[in-house]
Design a protein. Structure first.
Length: 55
């Protein structure tokens, strides 16, 4: 089994920089990536909520 993640090149609209200087990935990027990382991303299109879905 391959444990390496596929590299997804960044394109315009995949992220923006917050006022604190962090890169915040958009729904567009998450959909392109194709899976939920379960990190509680601000724009998660998969419905994951780290407060509700924590194990």
């Amino acid at each position: 089994m391959n444990t390496f993640k596929k590299h997804i090149p960044l394109e315009e609209g995949d992220f923006y920089v917050t006022k604190e200087g962090y890169r915040c990935f958009t729904k567009q990027y998450h959909l392109k990536r194709g899976y939920c990382c379960k990190s509680g991303c601000r724009h998660c299109p998969y419905g994951f909520d780290k407060n509700r879905d924590a194990n």
